[in-house]
Design a protein around this ligand. Structure first.
Ligand SMILES: Nc1ncnc2c1ncn2[C@@H]1O[C@H](COP(=O)(O)OP(=O)(O)O)[C@@H](O)[C@H]1O
Ligand SMILES: Nc1ccn([C@H]2C[C@H](O)[C@@H](COP(=O)(O)OP(=O)(O)O)O2)c(=O)n1
Length: 241
């Protein structure tokens, strides 16, 4: 009798088949929270590719590289070692051995990351790194970002594109800022978010774009738990197909 899809994982007999899931979309649509939770539930690894672009940006900012000078950014693109942990319960990232998990979330990095990630030498270096990390996870991986389904892993088993209204996204990000700083300007948060979307969607090399074969999920009216459930169902259906 043929093995069921649940029994075809060569690494963990009896577990589900390895699966590579690409989750893309603009800021605040729930990519990181959903990807982490889904990976934890299904025993998959997790890669936050935005954190990689943030880490290289942070390294450049702290090493005197002018992030608005594309030639200087390209020249420095190969210098820092960027290492991500892929445990969904403890995601982390280092740049040249220094823990970057906290500093990559500052406003300074957020404001500079689109310019740095638009530089082709940065993208080719980080894309190569992402492919090698995904290839080293025999249990499967959830990889989230902007160009995973279109460029990094065009052969992913499942591609999901998350969307949400600008108002919902600003409210979510605003909630985070309020928890961190005690206050948040929702209008300014929305403006900054839309500015970053425009930059990420209009760059020449692998812009933020829904892959033709991605499943689009509008999360505006959904709770995080509903989005997680929806993605888990899509993955399990895919593994059974
Ligand atoms: N469907 C949802 N409803 C309400 N809040 C959400 C939802 N999805 C995510 N969030 C919250 O919104 C914030 C941003 O989510 P995050 O996963 O970081 O988005 P992204 O990775 O797409 O930028 C987090 O605080 C998260 O808990
Ligand atoms: N695959 C990716 C992931 C992120 N980026 C760039 C563009 C994004 O604005 C930044 C930061 O991504 P990140 O996912 O951390 O952003 P948010 O959590 O949505 O605020 O990195 C990219 O160019 N390609």
């Amino acid at each position: 009798m043929a093995a069921s899809p649940q029994e075809t994982n060569p690494v963990r007999p009896g577990a589900r088949a390895p699966v590579v899931v690409a989750i893309d979309g603009p800021s605040g649509t729930g990519k990181s929270s959903t990807s982490k939770a889904v990976a934890a539930k299904l025993g998959l690894r997790y890669l936050d590719t935005g954190a990689q672009y943030r880490a290289i940006t942070w390294w450049m900012l702290t090493h005197g590289v002018d992030v608005n000078d594309a030639a200087a950014v390209a020249e420095a693109a190969g210098r820092p070692a960027i290492v991500s942990t892929t445990d969904p319960a403890a995601p982390g990232i280092t740049a040249d051995g220094e823990d970057a998990s906290g500093p990559i979330r500052t406003q300074e990095v957020t404001a500079a990351v689109s310019a740095v990630s638009a530089v082709p030498a940065v993208r080719s270096r980080i894309t190569e790194l992402q492919r090698s990390i995904a290839a080293s996870a025999p249990e499967g991986m959830v990889v989230e970002g902007r160009d995973i389904g279109t460029t990094v892993l065009p052969n992913a088993d499942l591609k999901i594109f998350l969307t949400a209204s600008p108002e919902a996204r600003a409210e979510r990000r605003g909630g985070e800022l309020k928890a961190k700083n005690g206050q948040a300007d929702l209008a300014a948060t929305q403006e900054a978010l839309l500015k970053r979307d425009r930059a990420d969607s209009s760059r020449a090399v692998s812009p933020l774009l829904k892959a033709d074969d991605a499943v689009e999920v509008d999360t505006t009216e959904l709770t995080l738990e509903q989005v997680i459930e929806c993605v888990v169902t899509l993955i399990v259906e895919k593994q059974r197909a």
